[in-house]
Ligand binder design. Sequence first.
Ligand code: HEC
Length: 164
Amino acid sequence: MRIWKVGFVLLLVGLGSLGILYLFVEGLRRNPRTVREEAPATPTAERVDTSDRWTYEDLPKEWPEAPDPSLAREGEELFQTRGCRVCHTVGEGDLVGPDLKGIDRVRDYRWTLLMLLRPDSMQRYDSVARDLLKRYGVQMPDQRLTLREAEAILHYILLKGREN
Ligand code: HEC
Protein backbone atom coordinates (compact mmCIF):
# COMPACT_ATOMS: atom_id res chain seq x y z
CA MET A 1 0.00 0.00 0.00
CA ARG A 2 2.94 2.35 0.64
CA ILE A 3 3.72 2.52 -3.04
CA TRP A 4 0.28 4.11 -3.62
CA LYS A 5 0.96 6.72 -0.95
CA VAL A 6 4.29 7.65 -2.53
CA GLY A 7 2.66 7.78 -5.95
CA PHE A 8 -0.10 9.98 -4.62
CA VAL A 9 2.34 12.40 -2.98
CA LEU A 10 4.42 12.56 -6.18
CA LEU A 11 1.26 13.28 -8.16
CA LEU A 12 0.34 16.12 -5.79
CA VAL A 13 3.85 17.61 -5.97
CA GLY A 14 3.78 17.33 -9.77
CA LEU A 15 0.40 19.05 -10.04
CA GLY A 16 1.55 21.69 -7.56
CA SER A 17 4.65 22.53 -9.53
CA LEU A 18 2.70 22.63 -12.78
CA GLY A 19 0.32 25.07 -11.10
CA ILE A 20 3.16 27.29 -9.91
CA LEU A 21 4.76 27.21 -13.36
CA TYR A 22 1.42 28.19 -14.88
CA LEU A 23 1.03 31.13 -12.49
CA PHE A 24 4.60 32.24 -13.19
CA VAL A 25 4.18 32.16 -16.98
CA GLU A 26 0.79 33.83 -16.74
CA GLY A 27 2.28 36.54 -14.50
CA LEU A 28 5.08 37.17 -16.99
CA ARG A 29 2.59 37.40 -19.80
CA ARG A 30 0.54 40.04 -18.02
CA ASN A 31 3.51 41.99 -16.78
CA PRO A 32 6.36 41.56 -19.26
CA ARG A 33 9.82 42.21 -17.91
CA THR A 34 10.87 44.20 -20.95
CA VAL A 35 11.15 47.94 -20.72
CA ARG A 36 9.25 49.62 -23.45
CA GLU A 37 11.44 52.37 -24.81
CA GLU A 38 9.92 55.74 -25.53
CA ALA A 39 10.16 56.35 -29.25
CA PRO A 40 12.54 59.26 -29.84
CA ALA A 41 10.75 62.44 -30.81
CA THR A 42 10.63 62.52 -34.56
CA PRO A 43 12.43 65.52 -35.97
CA THR A 44 10.02 68.06 -37.29
CA ALA A 45 10.32 69.78 -40.60
CA GLU A 46 11.35 73.00 -38.88
CA ARG A 47 14.28 71.36 -37.16
CA VAL A 48 15.71 69.36 -40.01
CA ASP A 49 15.98 70.57 -43.53
CA THR A 50 15.13 67.53 -45.59
CA SER A 51 14.79 69.41 -48.83
CA ASP A 52 18.51 69.59 -49.30
CA ARG A 53 20.82 66.81 -48.28
CA TRP A 54 24.49 67.13 -48.96
CA THR A 55 27.73 65.68 -47.75
CA TYR A 56 31.12 67.32 -47.45
CA GLU A 57 32.14 65.77 -50.80
CA ASP A 58 29.23 67.52 -52.55
CA LEU A 59 30.63 70.94 -51.72
CA PRO A 60 32.62 72.31 -54.66
CA LYS A 61 36.18 73.23 -53.75
CA GLU A 62 36.83 75.99 -56.23
CA TRP A 63 35.13 79.32 -56.58
CA PRO A 64 33.15 79.62 -59.83
CA GLU A 65 35.15 81.26 -62.63
CA ALA A 66 32.49 83.92 -63.02
CA PRO A 67 29.30 84.61 -61.09
CA ASP A 68 26.12 83.35 -62.71
CA PRO A 69 23.89 86.44 -63.04
CA SER A 70 20.55 84.74 -62.48
CA LEU A 71 21.83 82.78 -59.50
CA ALA A 72 23.35 86.00 -58.18
CA ARG A 73 19.96 87.72 -58.42
CA GLU A 74 18.47 84.94 -56.33
CA GLY A 75 21.38 85.37 -53.94
CA GLU A 76 20.82 89.11 -53.62
CA GLU A 77 17.23 88.49 -52.56
CA LEU A 78 18.41 85.94 -49.99
CA PHE A 79 21.13 88.27 -48.72
CA GLN A 80 18.43 90.87 -48.00
CA THR A 81 15.83 88.52 -46.55
CA ARG A 82 17.89 85.98 -44.59
CA GLY A 83 19.56 88.39 -42.24
CA CYS A 84 22.97 88.68 -43.90
CA ARG A 85 22.67 92.40 -44.60
CA VAL A 86 22.00 93.14 -40.96
CA CYS A 87 25.55 92.08 -40.17
CA HIS A 88 27.48 92.23 -43.43
CA THR A 89 28.14 94.47 -46.40
CA VAL A 90 29.89 93.68 -49.66
CA GLY A 91 32.36 96.49 -50.09
CA GLU A 92 30.94 99.01 -47.64
CA GLY A 93 32.93 98.09 -44.58
CA ASP A 94 32.48 95.93 -41.50
CA LEU A 95 29.21 95.91 -39.58
CA VAL A 96 28.61 93.31 -36.89
CA GLY A 97 30.54 90.89 -39.06
CA PRO A 98 33.29 91.32 -41.65
CA ASP A 99 32.88 93.01 -45.04
CA LEU A 100 32.49 90.14 -47.48
CA LYS A 101 34.04 91.82 -50.50
CA GLY A 102 36.99 89.84 -51.84
CA ILE A 103 36.27 86.82 -49.66
CA ASP A 104 37.02 84.64 -52.69
CA ARG A 105 40.64 85.77 -52.48
CA VAL A 106 41.15 84.84 -48.84
CA ARG A 107 38.97 81.74 -48.31
CA ASP A 108 38.25 78.75 -50.48
CA TYR A 109 34.77 78.13 -51.76
CA ARG A 110 34.12 75.02 -49.67
CA TRP A 111 35.19 76.75 -46.46
CA THR A 112 32.90 79.68 -47.21
CA LEU A 113 29.96 77.42 -48.04
CA LEU A 114 30.48 75.57 -44.78
CA MET A 115 30.55 78.88 -42.95
CA LEU A 116 27.10 79.67 -44.35
CA LEU A 117 25.70 76.17 -43.90
CA ARG A 118 27.15 75.17 -40.52
CA PRO A 119 28.43 78.26 -38.72
CA ASP A 120 28.05 76.59 -35.31
CA SER A 121 30.37 73.71 -36.16
CA MET A 122 32.83 76.02 -37.88
CA GLN A 123 33.04 78.31 -34.86
CA ARG A 124 33.67 75.28 -32.71
CA TYR A 125 36.08 73.23 -34.82
CA ASP A 126 37.67 75.45 -37.47
CA SER A 127 40.60 77.54 -36.29
CA VAL A 128 40.03 80.38 -38.79
CA ALA A 129 36.36 80.67 -37.84
CA ARG A 130 37.30 80.54 -34.19
CA ASP A 131 39.73 83.44 -34.66
CA LEU A 132 37.03 85.43 -36.48
CA LEU A 133 34.65 84.78 -33.64
CA LYS A 134 37.26 86.05 -31.17
CA ARG A 135 37.85 89.15 -33.27
CA TYR A 136 34.18 90.05 -33.83
CA GLY A 137 32.83 88.74 -30.57
CA VAL A 138 29.47 87.77 -32.08
CA GLN A 139 28.38 84.32 -33.17
CA MET A 140 27.18 84.25 -36.71
CA PRO A 141 23.77 82.53 -36.50
CA ASP A 142 22.74 79.52 -38.57
CA GLN A 143 20.33 80.87 -41.19
CA ARG A 144 19.28 77.34 -42.24
CA LEU A 145 20.21 77.77 -45.85
CA THR A 146 20.08 74.99 -48.39
CA LEU A 147 23.19 74.30 -50.43
CA ARG A 148 21.62 76.01 -53.44
CA GLU A 149 20.75 79.09 -51.39
CA ALA A 150 24.26 79.29 -49.99
CA GLU A 151 25.73 79.02 -53.49
CA ALA A 152 23.36 81.69 -54.78
CA ILE A 153 24.47 84.06 -52.01
CA LEU A 154 28.12 83.45 -52.82
CA HIS A 155 27.47 84.15 -56.51
CA TYR A 156 25.89 87.44 -55.43
CA ILE A 157 28.87 88.31 -53.22
CA LEU A 158 31.22 87.55 -56.12
CA LEU A 159 29.22 89.70 -58.53
CA LYS A 160 28.80 92.60 -56.10
CA GLY A 161 32.46 92.45 -55.14
CA ARG A 162 33.47 92.84 -58.77
CA GLU A 163 31.12 95.76 -59.35
CA ASN A 164 32.43 98.05 -56.66
C1 HEC B 1 24.02 88.43 -36.30
C2 HEC B 1 24.96 88.83 -37.29
C3 HEC B 1 25.23 87.96 -38.50
C4 HEC B 1 24.34 87.47 -39.42
C5 HEC B 1 22.83 87.59 -39.43
C6 HEC B 1 25.13 86.81 -40.44
N1 HEC B 1 26.45 86.87 -40.11
FE1 HEC B 1 28.00 86.19 -41.19
N2 HEC B 1 29.28 86.61 -39.69
C7 HEC B 1 28.95 87.33 -38.56
C8 HEC B 1 30.12 87.44 -37.71
C9 HEC B 1 30.16 88.16 -36.38
C10 HEC B 1 31.15 86.74 -38.38
C11 HEC B 1 32.60 86.52 -37.92
C12 HEC B 1 32.67 85.81 -36.59
C13 HEC B 1 31.92 84.51 -36.54
O1 HEC B 1 32.39 83.53 -37.12
O2 HEC B 1 30.84 84.49 -35.96
C14 HEC B 1 30.60 86.26 -39.63
C15 HEC B 1 31.31 85.57 -40.58
C16 HEC B 1 30.85 85.35 -41.87
C17 HEC B 1 31.66 84.86 -42.97
C18 HEC B 1 33.15 84.56 -42.93
C19 HEC B 1 33.86 85.88 -43.18
C20 HEC B 1 35.34 85.78 -43.34
O3 HEC B 1 35.99 86.83 -43.34
O4 HEC B 1 35.87 84.68 -43.50
C21 HEC B 1 30.83 84.79 -44.05
C22 HEC B 1 31.21 84.35 -45.45
C23 HEC B 1 29.52 85.22 -43.63
N3 HEC B 1 29.58 85.55 -42.30
C24 HEC B 1 28.42 85.30 -44.45
C25 HEC B 1 27.12 85.50 -43.98
C26 HEC B 1 25.92 85.34 -44.80
C27 HEC B 1 25.93 85.03 -46.28
C28 HEC B 1 24.86 85.57 -43.98
C29 HEC B 1 23.39 85.45 -44.32
C30 HEC B 1 22.92 84.16 -44.71
C31 HEC B 1 25.39 85.89 -42.67
N4 HEC B 1 26.75 85.83 -42.71
C32 HEC B 1 24.62 86.23 -41.57
C33 HEC B 1 27.73 87.85 -38.26
C34 HEC B 1 26.55 87.57 -38.93
